[in-house]
Write a protein of this length. Sequence first.
Length: 202
Amino acid sequence: MRKKTDTGITEYPVCTQDVASALASNITLNTGILTPNTICILAEGAKRTVVEYRPPQKTALWLEGVEDPIRVPLPSLLLIRSTVADRDADHLVFAVTERPTSFTIPLFRAPLPNVYHGGDICWGTVGKVKLAALKGNDLAEDWAQLLATPFGNHSVQEKSISQRRDIRRLYIDMEKRRVRVYPKRELIPEKRTLGSILGVDE
């Protein structure tokens, strides 16, 4: 380290660990209370990413043009929300076969309308939300906005093995047969892992 004085410049030896400790002492990270289904939180500069798991369960889904919701089992799902400063949040949703225990877990297409291949959500059809208001570590409101708004006929193709033309046909079939658990054999692989989506080492 150099210090300028009236008589010139004086140099002092400085330990790099002391500098690192001094800088780190000014950094505060408080995740708040985390839900049991929070998989991970990543922060890089102004970008913050939260990954949350939703266990397999029966869910009431509203389809456009139908008055009453249809109750169908959904597989395990992952919702990934990334925010940068005050911009709207970016979301991705995928199906998984189990709760992730590592970043190597393979991802599958979420069997939902209004979701593009690659996991991007079409919020315009699902119901435009104030994405900038979705902050914090709890994705409960994000899930509610995604699943509690009527689904249209947008991006209904290639979401299941047996009903490739329209995932809603699988919903109707499962409801008629009173299927209790979403059949994993219906899931279509995304050919990516959680780590590759997040850009972390696996």
